[in-house]
Design a protein around this ligand. Structure first.
Ligand SMILES: [Mn+2]
Length: 302
């Protein structure tokens, strides 16, 4: 076994990491074929080794591919697929494994997070996003890829248990940014990341969530946080976004933190990619996250 694709295929039932594909795009505000991404992601893992020079051997831990939920292409909206995502996440997180959901558009974060809460109700769940956007639009037309954070807060998640890293200065309407700030979301804009560096900012955000009482953290990695030159397949990525290496570094750091129980990687539309740039970034981000999980205390690795 030498590539991440082989590692994913080597699946064991009691794996440290479980991958779930969520091929949905009906809830995307911008036209998207994000349903095409999970299979492209798996193929691209063949380009990545199971050894991370910064974090060590990923094969110290095992992985299982739980496959894809049935997507939303045959449906008129994402509602039924959202239900399938919640059910699948609840089932998988009932086991002692770190779940990684591969989207699909960012609307999946709401049902996935709710599924996590149902699986482990004794935990106080927190949400850490790397996203150019607050995703705090009102769900006037139902849950979309721009509404999950507001949906979760309106549904009872304390806003102080939400931290957002990489908010782009040109990515949000004023009223949505004000909603986020007024409700108490911990906001770390791109400019702060540039000044302080990605590692101090992500570490700070994790500590803020812990201080707010979070005992388990869901990480939402919306790849549109990254500069459009490195994430051309994300419908809403912008010029001047996060450098690709900052996302990879953040993923490794987050994977290594035992408070992080699950993650999603969203908003990549593989059908719109340019020379594999975005799907390879997706695969690299996943690989770094797994390297982080592998570097957790030896007692938990298996
Ligand atoms: Mn988003």
């Amino acid at each position: 076994m030498s590539t991440m694709r082989d590692w994913l295929r080597s699946g064991r039932a009691d794996a440290a990491v479980t991958v779930l594909g969520a091929p949905i795009s009906r809830a995307s505000i911008s036209p998207s074929q994000a349903w095409s991404t999970p299979p492209a992601f798996r193929d691209t893992l063949a380009r990545f080794p199971t050894w991370d020079a910064d974090a060590g051997d990923i094969e110290r831990i095992t992985c299982v591919d739980a496959g894809d939920i049935e997507g939303d292409r045959a449906d008129t909206d994402a509602a039924a697929a959202h239900g399938r995502i919640a059910t699948a996440v609840t089932r998988l997180l009932s086991l002692d494994t770190v779940v990684v959901v591969i989207g699909g558009d960012n609307s999946l974060t709401r049902p996935a997070f709710r599924g996590a809460m149902a699986a482990r109700p004794a935990e106080s769940w927190g949400l850490l996003t790397l996203d150019a956007h607050h995703d705090c639009r009102p769900a006037t037309d139902g849950p979309r890829n721009g509404t999950p954070v507001r949906d979760l807060i309106d549904g009872g998640l304390p806003a102080t248990r939400v931290a957002q890293v990489g908010i782009h200065p040109l990515g949000n309407a004023r009223e949505h940014a004000e909603w986020a700030r007024q409700h108490g979301i911990r906001i770390h804009p791109l400019t702060e990341v540039r000044e302080r560096g990605i590692v101090p900012v992500v570490s700070h955000a994790l500590d803020e969530l812990a201080r707010a009482g979070a005992t388990a953290i869901w990480v939402d990695l919306d790849l549109d946080v990254v500069d459009r030159a490195s994430a051309p397949a994300c419908p809403a990525s912008l010029p001047g976004g996060l450098p690709a290496h900052d996302l990879v570094t953040a993923a490794r750091l987050l994977g290594a933190d035992p408070r992080v129980a699950a993650a999603d990687l969203t908003e990549v539309d593989a059908a719109a990619d340019v020379n594999g740039i975005t799907v390879r970034l997706l695969a690299a981000t996943f690989t770094a996250f797994c390297a982080g999980v592998a570097s957790r205390s030896a007692g938990r690795a298996r």
